[in-house]
Ligand binder design. Structure first.
Ligand code: ATP
Length: 307
Protein backbone atom coordinates (compact mmCIF):
# COMPACT_ATOMS: atom_id res chain seq x y z
CA UNK A 1 0.00 0.00 0.00
CA UNK A 2 1.15 3.53 -0.76
CA UNK A 3 -0.32 6.94 -0.02
CA UNK A 4 -0.76 7.58 -3.72
CA UNK A 5 -4.42 7.22 -4.68
CA UNK A 6 -5.18 4.49 -7.21
CA UNK A 7 -7.10 7.06 -9.24
CA UNK A 8 -6.93 10.84 -9.02
CA UNK A 9 -8.95 13.00 -11.38
CA UNK A 10 -9.15 16.80 -11.34
CA UNK A 11 -11.03 19.13 -13.65
CA UNK A 12 -11.66 16.42 -16.24
CA UNK A 13 -13.61 17.44 -19.31
CA UNK A 14 -14.40 15.56 -22.46
CA UNK A 15 -16.87 16.23 -25.24
CA UNK A 16 -17.75 14.54 -28.51
CA UNK A 17 -18.25 17.44 -30.94
CA UNK A 18 -20.62 19.78 -29.15
CA UNK A 19 -21.93 16.96 -26.94
CA UNK A 20 -20.41 17.34 -23.44
CA UNK A 21 -19.81 13.81 -22.09
CA UNK A 22 -17.86 14.69 -18.91
CA UNK A 23 -17.82 18.11 -17.31
CA UNK A 24 -15.43 19.27 -14.56
CA UNK A 25 -15.05 15.90 -12.86
CA UNK A 26 -12.97 15.61 -9.67
CA UNK A 27 -12.63 12.28 -7.93
CA UNK A 28 -10.19 10.24 -5.94
CA UNK A 29 -10.16 6.49 -5.36
CA UNK A 30 -7.96 5.17 -2.54
CA UNK A 31 -5.81 2.14 -3.26
CA UNK A 32 -7.41 -1.20 -2.40
CA UNK A 33 -11.01 0.06 -2.39
CA UNK A 34 -14.06 -0.68 -4.51
CA UNK A 35 -15.42 2.49 -6.10
CA UNK A 36 -18.59 2.57 -8.12
CA UNK A 37 -19.54 5.07 -10.77
CA UNK A 38 -23.28 4.91 -11.01
CA UNK A 39 -25.40 6.53 -13.65
CA UNK A 40 -28.16 6.10 -16.19
CA UNK A 41 -27.56 5.46 -19.90
CA UNK A 42 -25.51 8.18 -21.50
CA UNK A 43 -24.31 9.62 -18.17
CA UNK A 44 -20.66 9.34 -19.25
CA UNK A 45 -19.54 6.18 -17.42
CA UNK A 46 -17.95 4.46 -20.39
CA UNK A 47 -16.25 7.68 -21.46
CA UNK A 48 -14.75 7.88 -17.96
CA UNK A 49 -13.45 4.30 -18.10
CA UNK A 50 -12.05 4.89 -21.58
CA UNK A 51 -10.09 7.92 -20.40
CA UNK A 52 -8.85 6.23 -17.23
CA UNK A 53 -7.70 3.21 -19.21
CA UNK A 54 -5.88 5.37 -21.85
CA UNK A 55 -8.21 4.38 -24.71
CA UNK A 56 -9.23 7.98 -25.40
CA UNK A 57 -7.89 11.35 -24.29
CA UNK A 58 -9.43 13.97 -22.08
CA UNK A 59 -9.95 17.48 -23.47
CA UNK A 60 -8.83 19.05 -20.19
CA UNK A 61 -7.89 18.16 -16.64
CA UNK A 62 -5.45 15.87 -14.95
CA UNK A 63 -5.96 12.12 -14.67
CA UNK A 64 -3.57 9.86 -12.78
CA UNK A 65 -3.70 6.12 -12.23
CA UNK A 66 -1.34 4.80 -9.54
CA UNK A 67 0.45 8.13 -9.79
CA UNK A 68 0.98 7.92 -13.58
CA UNK A 69 -0.45 10.58 -15.86
CA UNK A 70 -2.71 8.88 -18.43
CA UNK A 71 -1.81 11.35 -21.18
CA UNK A 72 1.95 11.50 -20.63
CA UNK A 73 2.65 7.94 -19.43
CA UNK A 74 -0.01 5.73 -21.03
CA UNK A 75 2.35 2.73 -21.16
CA UNK A 76 2.93 2.86 -17.43
CA UNK A 77 -0.79 3.17 -16.80
CA UNK A 78 -1.53 0.16 -19.03
CA UNK A 79 1.03 -1.88 -17.11
CA UNK A 80 -0.89 -1.50 -13.85
CA UNK A 81 -4.50 -1.81 -15.04
CA UNK A 82 -6.89 -4.46 -16.27
CA UNK A 83 -10.04 -3.61 -18.21
CA UNK A 84 -13.07 -5.79 -18.69
CA UNK A 85 -16.60 -5.20 -19.81
CA UNK A 86 -17.89 -3.41 -22.82
CA UNK A 87 -14.64 -3.69 -24.78
CA UNK A 88 -14.01 -7.33 -24.11
CA UNK A 89 -10.86 -8.78 -25.65
CA UNK A 90 -12.38 -12.25 -25.69
CA UNK A 91 -12.10 -14.20 -28.95
CA UNK A 92 -15.15 -16.40 -29.57
CA UNK A 93 -13.30 -18.92 -31.70
CA UNK A 94 -10.55 -19.64 -29.20
CA UNK A 95 -11.10 -21.87 -26.17
CA UNK A 96 -11.12 -20.36 -22.71
CA UNK A 97 -7.63 -21.67 -22.15
CA UNK A 98 -6.36 -20.29 -25.49
CA UNK A 99 -7.85 -16.89 -24.71
CA UNK A 100 -5.97 -16.82 -21.43
CA UNK A 101 -2.72 -18.03 -23.00
CA UNK A 102 -3.03 -15.27 -25.60
CA UNK A 103 -3.38 -12.73 -22.79
CA UNK A 104 -0.31 -14.25 -21.14
CA UNK A 105 1.62 -13.68 -24.40
CA UNK A 106 0.36 -10.10 -24.64
CA UNK A 107 1.62 -9.58 -21.11
CA UNK A 108 5.04 -10.96 -22.13
CA UNK A 109 4.89 -13.73 -19.59
CA UNK A 110 7.18 -16.67 -20.30
CA UNK A 111 5.61 -19.91 -21.52
CA UNK A 112 5.81 -21.72 -18.18
CA UNK A 113 4.56 -18.73 -16.19
CA UNK A 114 1.75 -18.15 -18.72
CA UNK A 115 0.61 -21.78 -18.39
CA UNK A 116 0.81 -21.61 -14.61
CA UNK A 117 -1.29 -18.43 -14.39
CA UNK A 118 -3.76 -19.74 -16.96
CA UNK A 119 -4.38 -22.91 -14.93
CA UNK A 120 -4.64 -20.87 -11.77
CA UNK A 121 -7.16 -18.40 -13.24
CA UNK A 122 -9.26 -21.19 -14.83
CA UNK A 123 -9.45 -22.82 -11.43
CA UNK A 124 -10.21 -19.60 -9.56
CA UNK A 125 -13.04 -18.69 -11.93
CA UNK A 126 -14.60 -22.16 -12.05
CA UNK A 127 -13.70 -22.63 -15.72
CA UNK A 128 -11.32 -25.61 -15.58
CA UNK A 129 -14.01 -28.00 -16.85
CA UNK A 130 -14.80 -25.71 -19.79
CA UNK A 131 -11.17 -24.77 -20.53
CA UNK A 132 -11.03 -26.66 -23.86
CA UNK A 133 -14.40 -25.43 -25.16
CA UNK A 134 -14.56 -22.44 -27.53
CA UNK A 135 -15.73 -19.27 -25.80
CA UNK A 136 -18.65 -19.03 -28.24
CA UNK A 137 -20.18 -22.01 -26.40
CA UNK A 138 -19.93 -20.32 -22.98
CA UNK A 139 -22.95 -18.97 -21.09
CA UNK A 140 -23.16 -15.24 -20.36
CA UNK A 141 -21.86 -15.73 -16.82
CA UNK A 142 -18.93 -17.87 -18.00
CA UNK A 143 -17.99 -15.29 -20.63
CA UNK A 144 -17.92 -12.53 -18.00
CA UNK A 145 -15.78 -14.69 -15.75
CA UNK A 146 -13.38 -15.50 -18.57
CA UNK A 147 -13.25 -11.85 -19.56
CA UNK A 148 -12.39 -10.85 -16.01
CA UNK A 149 -9.82 -13.66 -15.70
CA UNK A 150 -8.17 -12.30 -18.87
CA UNK A 151 -8.11 -8.85 -17.34
CA UNK A 152 -6.29 -10.25 -14.32
CA UNK A 153 -3.57 -12.05 -16.27
CA UNK A 154 -1.19 -9.11 -15.90
CA UNK A 155 -1.86 -8.97 -12.14
CA UNK A 156 -3.21 -5.41 -12.31
CA UNK A 157 -3.30 -3.09 -9.31
CA UNK A 158 -6.43 -1.42 -10.64
CA UNK A 159 -9.20 -3.21 -12.49
CA UNK A 160 -11.97 -1.48 -14.43
CA UNK A 161 -15.22 -3.38 -14.56
CA UNK A 162 -17.57 -1.70 -17.00
CA UNK A 163 -21.10 -2.92 -16.24
CA UNK A 164 -19.85 -6.41 -15.35
CA UNK A 165 -23.22 -7.97 -14.61
CA UNK A 166 -25.53 -6.37 -17.17
CA UNK A 167 -27.71 -9.14 -18.58
CA UNK A 168 -26.61 -11.82 -16.12
CA UNK A 169 -29.09 -13.96 -14.19
CA UNK A 170 -29.25 -13.43 -10.39
CA UNK A 171 -27.06 -16.45 -9.62
CA UNK A 172 -24.31 -15.42 -12.05
CA UNK A 173 -24.53 -11.87 -10.76
CA UNK A 174 -23.94 -13.08 -7.21
CA UNK A 175 -20.99 -15.20 -8.37
CA UNK A 176 -19.50 -12.11 -9.99
CA UNK A 177 -20.05 -10.08 -6.80
CA UNK A 178 -18.21 -12.73 -4.83
CA UNK A 179 -15.28 -12.54 -7.25
CA UNK A 180 -15.19 -8.75 -6.94
CA UNK A 181 -15.14 -9.04 -3.14
CA UNK A 182 -12.27 -11.51 -3.29
CA UNK A 183 -10.31 -9.20 -5.57
CA UNK A 184 -10.84 -6.31 -3.20
CA UNK A 185 -9.77 -8.56 -0.33
CA UNK A 186 -6.49 -9.12 -2.14
CA UNK A 187 -5.88 -5.38 -2.31
CA UNK A 188 -6.81 -4.81 -5.97
CA UNK A 189 -8.53 -1.47 -6.51
CA UNK A 190 -11.82 -2.02 -8.31
CA UNK A 191 -13.43 0.73 -10.40
CA UNK A 192 -16.91 -0.48 -11.19
CA UNK A 193 -19.46 1.17 -13.42
CA UNK A 194 -23.01 0.02 -13.10
CA UNK A 195 -26.61 0.96 -13.65
CA UNK A 196 -27.63 -1.32 -10.79
CA UNK A 197 -28.05 0.51 -7.54
CA UNK A 198 -28.06 -2.72 -5.58
CA UNK A 199 -24.74 -3.72 -7.09
CA UNK A 200 -23.09 -0.46 -6.05
CA UNK A 201 -24.69 -0.75 -2.61
CA UNK A 202 -23.44 -4.33 -2.16
CA UNK A 203 -19.90 -3.88 -3.38
CA UNK A 204 -18.66 -0.34 -3.21
CA UNK A 205 -17.08 1.48 -0.30
CA UNK A 206 -17.78 4.74 -2.10
CA UNK A 207 -20.16 5.65 -4.87
CA UNK A 208 -20.18 8.58 -7.27
CA UNK A 209 -23.37 9.41 -9.04
CA UNK A 210 -22.94 10.64 -12.59
CA UNK A 211 -25.72 12.37 -14.48
CA UNK A 212 -25.36 13.92 -17.93
CA UNK A 213 -21.61 14.24 -17.53
CA UNK A 214 -21.61 15.79 -14.07
CA UNK A 215 -20.94 14.25 -10.68
CA UNK A 216 -24.08 14.99 -8.72
CA UNK A 217 -23.21 13.15 -5.48
CA UNK A 218 -20.40 11.19 -3.92
CA UNK A 219 -20.04 9.29 -0.67
CA UNK A 220 -20.45 5.96 1.07
CA UNK A 221 -23.73 4.19 0.32
CA UNK A 222 -24.98 5.15 3.81
CA UNK A 223 -23.94 8.79 3.44
CA UNK A 224 -25.81 9.01 0.17
CA UNK A 225 -28.91 7.42 1.63
CA UNK A 226 -28.83 9.85 4.56
CA UNK A 227 -28.90 12.77 2.15
CA UNK A 228 -32.29 11.76 0.91
CA UNK A 229 -35.52 12.13 2.82
CA UNK A 230 -37.91 9.31 2.12
CA UNK A 231 -37.76 7.13 5.22
CA UNK A 232 -41.21 6.36 6.49
CA UNK A 233 -43.36 3.80 8.20
CA UNK A 234 -46.42 2.67 6.32
CA UNK A 235 -49.35 1.67 8.49
CA UNK A 236 -52.16 -0.51 7.17
CA UNK A 237 -55.71 -0.40 8.57
CA UNK A 238 -58.79 -2.57 8.34
CA UNK A 239 -61.13 0.35 7.57
CA UNK A 240 -61.28 4.10 6.94
CA UNK A 241 -62.50 4.80 10.47
CA UNK A 242 -59.37 3.29 12.04
CA UNK A 243 -57.17 5.14 9.54
CA UNK A 244 -58.85 8.48 10.31
CA UNK A 245 -58.44 7.88 14.05
CA UNK A 246 -54.74 7.09 13.58
CA UNK A 247 -54.21 10.19 11.41
CA UNK A 248 -55.85 12.33 14.10
CA UNK A 249 -53.78 10.74 16.88
CA UNK A 250 -50.56 11.33 14.94
CA UNK A 251 -51.47 14.79 13.67
CA UNK A 252 -51.24 13.74 10.02
CA UNK A 253 -53.52 14.89 7.20
CA UNK A 254 -54.68 11.37 6.32
CA UNK A 255 -53.93 8.47 4.04
CA UNK A 256 -55.18 6.62 1.01
CA UNK A 257 -56.28 3.08 0.27
CA UNK A 258 -56.19 2.23 4.00
CA UNK A 259 -52.48 3.13 4.09
CA UNK A 260 -51.02 5.93 6.16
CA UNK A 261 -47.42 7.14 5.71
CA UNK A 262 -45.65 8.32 8.83
CA UNK A 263 -42.35 10.10 8.14
CA UNK A 264 -39.47 8.79 10.25
CA UNK A 265 -36.28 6.80 10.23
CA UNK A 266 -37.95 3.49 11.07
CA UNK A 267 -35.63 2.97 14.06
CA UNK A 268 -36.73 0.75 16.97
CA UNK A 269 -37.21 3.67 19.37
CA UNK A 270 -39.38 5.73 17.02
CA UNK A 271 -41.41 2.63 16.08
CA UNK A 272 -42.07 1.90 19.74
CA UNK A 273 -43.20 5.50 20.32
CA UNK A 274 -45.41 5.39 17.26
CA UNK A 275 -47.14 2.18 18.36
CA UNK A 276 -47.52 3.50 21.91
CA UNK A 277 -49.31 6.61 20.62
CA UNK A 278 -51.69 4.49 18.56
CA UNK A 279 -52.25 2.23 21.54
CA UNK A 280 -53.10 5.18 23.76
CA UNK A 281 -55.62 6.34 21.15
CA UNK A 282 -57.00 2.76 21.02
CA UNK A 283 -56.40 2.47 17.26
CA UNK A 284 -55.98 -1.00 15.77
CA UNK A 285 -53.22 -1.34 13.17
CA UNK A 286 -53.38 -4.31 10.80
CA UNK A 287 -49.78 -4.20 9.68
CA UNK A 288 -46.79 -1.98 9.10
CA UNK A 289 -43.85 -1.73 6.73
CA UNK A 290 -40.67 0.21 7.42
CA UNK A 291 -39.23 1.97 4.39
CA UNK A 292 -35.65 3.21 4.76
CA UNK A 293 -34.31 5.26 1.87
CA UNK A 294 -32.39 3.15 -0.63
CA UNK A 295 -30.14 4.10 -3.50
CA UNK A 296 -33.18 4.23 -5.75
CA UNK A 297 -34.43 7.18 -3.70
CA UNK A 298 -30.98 8.79 -3.90
CA UNK A 299 -30.89 8.32 -7.62
CA UNK A 300 -34.34 9.74 -8.07
CA UNK A 301 -33.67 12.72 -5.81
CA UNK A 302 -30.31 13.57 -7.40
CA UNK A 303 -30.99 12.96 -11.08
CA UNK A 304 -34.74 13.28 -11.32
CA UNK A 305 -34.75 10.06 -13.33
CA UNK A 306 -35.38 6.44 -12.56
CA UNK A 307 -32.34 4.37 -13.59
P1 ATP B 1 -24.33 3.56 -21.09
O1 ATP B 1 -24.78 3.15 -19.72
O2 ATP B 1 -25.47 3.66 -22.06
O3 ATP B 1 -23.16 2.79 -21.60
P2 ATP B 1 -22.59 5.77 -20.35
O4 ATP B 1 -22.90 6.33 -19.01
O5 ATP B 1 -21.47 4.80 -20.43
O6 ATP B 1 -23.90 5.12 -20.97
P3 ATP B 1 -21.20 7.23 -22.41
O7 ATP B 1 -21.20 6.07 -23.36
O8 ATP B 1 -19.92 7.60 -21.78
O9 ATP B 1 -22.31 7.01 -21.28
O10 ATP B 1 -21.79 8.47 -23.19
C1 ATP B 1 -21.85 9.79 -22.65
C2 ATP B 1 -22.39 10.76 -23.69
O11 ATP B 1 -21.49 10.90 -24.78
C3 ATP B 1 -23.70 10.30 -24.33
O12 ATP B 1 -24.49 11.43 -24.55
C4 ATP B 1 -23.28 9.67 -25.63
O13 ATP B 1 -24.29 9.78 -26.59
C5 ATP B 1 -22.07 10.50 -26.01
N1 ATP B 1 -21.08 9.70 -26.75
C6 ATP B 1 -20.42 8.61 -26.30
N2 ATP B 1 -19.54 8.15 -27.22
C7 ATP B 1 -19.66 8.95 -28.30
C8 ATP B 1 -19.03 9.01 -29.60
N3 ATP B 1 -18.09 8.14 -29.94
N4 ATP B 1 -19.42 9.99 -30.43
C9 ATP B 1 -20.35 10.90 -30.07
N5 ATP B 1 -20.98 10.91 -28.88
C10 ATP B 1 -20.66 9.96 -28.01
Amino acid sequence: MTDIPAIAVTGLRRSYGDQMALDAIDLEVPEGSVFSLLGPNGAGKTTMVRILSTLIRADAGEVRVCGHDVAREPGRVRAVIGVTGQFSALDDYLTGEENLLLMADLNHLGRAEGRRRTADLLDRFGLTGAARRPAVAYSGGMRRRLDLAMGLMGEPRVIFLDEPTTGLDPRSRRDMWQIVRELAGQGVTVFLTTQYLEEADQLAGRIALLDRGRLVAEGTPDELKRRVPGGHVELRFADDRAMAAAAAALGLPGGEDLLLRVPGDGGVRSLRELLARLDTAAVEVEGLTVHTPDLDDVFFAMTGAKP
